[in-house]
Design a protein around this ligand. Structure first.
Ligand code: 26V
Length: 824
């Protein structure tokens, strides 16, 4: 029905062909005679971009006209992946493009594959932000994303001799999906000093003076919703030297080189995405990035609000700002500064507005990931902000003292300033104090933050400020786009594609678990997806794998807490078992392909050692004639969003095996199950809720519970503790030099045998391998296996990011969707 609102633009194949040819010949100035796949991609992208622009403009007009509350999602990461396929599907014209491209001699898949991923994120947190943008647009929420336009996204990973090598990801050569707004700029100040004085009327004036100015330039990216004319905006800021600041006298005095150096220094701010995930390092440039982006975004938001001529007290009725982790916490301080220093509001009046505006999502309990910025660093870079932070702290601590007069230690514990050497600002605490709601991302995680890292704040503010919003994923990208055949099969049974907008409709699939024909088609689709992945594996690694084998997948950032080491030790254990059998006995085994993928932070030595071990183990096992098809070990290079779209639909079992209590939610677990794969997992993060939804009989759970982790860790140091004997055999083989590099692999083992086994690999090993044996047995009965898969998919409705966004809208943002039907 929405299509009647859609603007002029192509709708037929012939019109599409006219558009693509026009773009190739004029926009790109290329001849049709040497039109290669890249040119075909460029022309197609430009044609679809034109279709989005009209709806985009209308959406922005509609939102301005409606003059209602907007949500601003501040995230330092948006892991968008590719845009073309998504745009074609959301506009509903992929088939038109497919046929048009075929006429011109191209296969649509090859054309889609030309696009470079927009990889402006590390992992879960960044991809969640991208799913949220998709849902906010699809549900017609008036929403903007704000982020940084990094020139280099997350590095490209290559594996050389089994080691990870990082290659810069220069991705902006040709990007048709962004629009530079050279007229939308904000000057951002750094360094300088604070001048406090009393003016002629006796008013106290605070002014932040001098220092250096860097200009933020807006780049806008359209975010199309699915099956709606809403196209929201993602605004990314790029840094450049301010024209006002640029010191032209340097040219004249012959200091050309130093003038250029100034320019480059400004551009450095938005140059590169920090590749750490769950590890904070306190680098000055990162703090500069954070403030640059917060200041530009806040200025933009305030500018838009001021155009409405409302009273400041109405700001929180017009504006909701969500802090994606603590990275944008300086926005809290910046809004307070604008209201007090620039707009002249009373401190308390301003602070009420600030806290009603902001809310904060926590994504991790790992202590090494919690942001703490050194006070001297902030003092130097943002002198006025440091004063404001101290004032916020003072008034906060006074309130706490009044409420808990006898508890002196409490003040020290909750202070925004940690009395360390040097002193640091605890950003999570600042985010809590500056927000009206704080949420975790899965039930267990939300419970854990309330009882551990934020316990004191629950006492101070009461329990209602801390809530749970379990993560979700967009079924458009992660089912319809990544697995079109499965989506089509589901639609054929449910009678429409309506489930892509209301994922709970999947429950209507459940009656079909006994439909023989349906099950056969289901299995065929999984098999075809596995064949496709097998081809990718052959092409990229040279290893040939049997698509009939069980595909066992672990793809995610490499981190000790995610326990890829447990997986690879399990693989070696399996190898030892195979070697110990006679060739007759081996015939009874279930063949398996274990697939790993994921990047290690460049400075995370232990994670890189895990990658090395996986590759070396693969080399030995894949070339052992005793093993053959029974076991293959694959490390897939450069795991990213577009590779995930190939890997996830091809999985039989995927691994979500973090030490209980460490993975806040996990979101790939949801993607795998939605694509008809089963999971092996610990009782951690969203695995718990997935189990509750799809039923315990459909999940392979193992390992210790989060409530027992503390005691187990204690026991490693003070109890009588012995490494699991089967795991010891694995260690012995590694130490024998079978996989080379005994030295660094020794350190991996030492972390378990000598240094307390913080991630409880040994404690969970037996349970893990037993559960893997159960998986082998279950997989032998394909009929039973497919039943489990279908039942699970039918029960996954809860995990759509649409549900998640509606929860944020109702319980935190207090905003309503914009009725698109009202527009004529
Ligand atoms: C933290 C840091 C620390 C400073 C250096 C750069 C950097 C970059 C990213 C992060 C975020 C770490 C937190 C994170 O990604 N958490 C993940 O969030 C997912 C979405 O909620 C969730 O599913 C994962 O379980 C959680 O690990």
């Amino acid at each position: 029905a929405w299509r009647k609102y859609s603007p002029s633009g192509f709708t037929t194949k012939d019109q599409f062909e006219t558009e693509i040819v026009r773009h190739i010949e004029t926009t790109l100035a290329r001849s049709l005679f040497n039109c290669d796949e890249l040119a075909a991609y460029s022309g197609t992208a430009l044609a679809f971009r034109d279709r989005l622009i009209m709806d985009w403009n209308k959406t922005q007009q509609r939102q301005t006209f409606a003059d209602q509350k907007r949500i601003y999602y501040l995230s330092l990461e948006f892991l968008m992946g590719r845009a073309l396929d998504n745009a074609m599907l959301n506009v509903g014209l992929k088939n038109v493009a497919k046929e048009g491209l075929a006429d011109l001699g191209f296969r649509i898949e090859d054309v889609i594959n030309q696009e470079h991923d927009a990889a402006l994120g590390n992992g879960g947190l960044g991809r969640l932000a991208a799913c949220f943008l998709d849902s906010m647009a699809s549900l017609n929420y008036p929403a903007w994303g704000y982020g940084l336009r990094y020139r280099y996204g997350i590095f490209k990973q290559e594996i050389e001799n089994g080691y990870q090598v990082e290659i810069p990801d220069y991705w902006l050569d040709f990007n048709p999906w962004e629009f530079a707004r050279h007229d939308v700029t904000v000057d951002v100040q750094f360094y300088g000093w604070v001048n406090k004085y009393t003016d002629d009327e006796g008013k106290q004036i605070v002014s932040w003076q001098d220092g250096e100015i860097v200009t933020a330039v807006a780049y806008d990216v359209p975010v199309p919703g699915y099956g709606t004319p809403t196209v929201n905006n993602l605004r990314l800021w790029s840094s450049k030297a301010s024209s006002g600041e640029f010191d032209f006298s340097k040219f004249n005095s012959g200091e050309y080189e130093s003038a250029v150096a100034d320019q480059q220094r400004a551009e450095t701010i938005s140059a590169v995405l920090y590749p750490n995930d769950n590890l904070e390092r306190g680098k000055e440039l990162r703090l500069k990035q954070q403030y640059f982006w917060c200041a530009a975004s806040l200025f933009d938001i305030v500018r838009r609000f001021k155009k409405t001529n409302r009273k400041w007290s109405e700001f929180p009725d017009q504006v909701a700002i969500q802090l994606n982790d603590t990275h944008p916490t300086l926005a809290v301080v910046e809004l307070q500064r604008i209201l007090v220093d620039k707009e002249g509001l009373e401190w308390q009046t301003a602070w009420d507005i600030v806290t009603k505006t902001f809310s904060y999502t926590n994504h991790t309990v790992l202590p090494e990931a919690l942001e703490k910025w050194s006070v001297p660093l902030i003092q130097n870079l943002l002198p006025r902000h440091l004063q404001i932070i101290y004032e916020i702290n003072l008034s906060f601590l006074q309130t706490v003292e009044r409420r808990f007069p006898k508890d002196r230690e409490l003040l020290g514990r909750v202070s925004l300033i940690e009395e360390s050497q040097p002193k640091t600002v605890r950003m999570a605490y600042l985010a809590i104090v500056g927000s009206h709601k704080v949420n975790g991302v899965a039930e267990l995680h939300s419970d854990l933050i309330k009882t551990t890292i934020f316990k004191d704040f629950v006492r101070i503010y009461g329990p209602d400020k801390f809530i749970n919003v379990t993560n979700g994923i967009t079924p458009r990208r992660w089912l319809h786009q990544a697995n079109p055949r499965l989506s089509e099969l589901i639609a054929s049974k449910l009678g429409s594609y309506e489930f892509l907008k209301d994922l709970t409709l999947l429950n209507k699939l459940e009656p079909f678990v006994d439909d023989k024909e349906f099950k056969k088609e289901w299995a065929e689709i999984k098999y075809a997806n596995k064949v496709r992945l097998a081809q990718h594996i052959l092409k990229t690694t040279g290893v040939s794998v049997n698509p009939k084998a069980l595909f066992d997948v672990q793809v995610k950032r490499i981190h000790e807490y995610k326990r890829q080491q447990l997986n690879v030790f399990g693989v070696i254990h399996r190898y030892l078992a195979i070697k110990s059998l006679s060739s007759e006995e081996r015939k009874k085994l279930a063949p398996r392909v274990t697939i790993f993928g994921g990047k290690a932070a460049p400075g995370y030595w232990m994670a890189k050692t895990i990658i090395h071990l996986i590759n070396k183990v693969g080399e030995v096992i894949n070339n052992d004639p005793d093993v053959g098809d029974l076991l293959k070990v694959i490390f897939l290079e450069d795991y990213n969003v577009s590779k995930a779209e190939i890997i996830i639909p091809a999985s039989d079992i995927s691994e979500h095996i973090s030490t209980a209590g460490t993975e806040a939610s996990g979101t790939s677990n949801m993607k795998f199950v939605l694509n008809g794969g089963l999971i092996i997992g610990t009782l951690d993060g969203a695995n718990i809720e997935i189990t509750r939804e799809i039923g315990e009989q459909n999940v392979f759970l193992f390992g210790n519970l989060s409530e027992d982790v503390e005691d187990l860790r204690h026991n490693h140091f003070y109890g009588d503790y012995q490494v699991d004997p089967e795991l010891q055999k694995v260690f012995d083989l590694i130490k024998s030099g079978k996989f080379g590099d005994e030295g660094s692999f020794g350190a991996l083992i030492g972390a378990i045998t000598e240094h307390g086994d913080y991630y409880l690999v040994s404690d969970d090993f037996n349970s893990y391998t037993k559960t893997q044996d159960l998986i082998d047995e279950t997989f032998k009965n394909q009929d039973e296996w497919v039943t489990k898969c279908i039942t699970s998919v039918a029960r996954m409705g809860f995990f759509t990011s649409d549900r998640c966004i509606n929860e944020y809208a109702d319980t935190i943002w207090n905003i309503e969707p914009l009725d698109v039907a009202e527009e004529k």
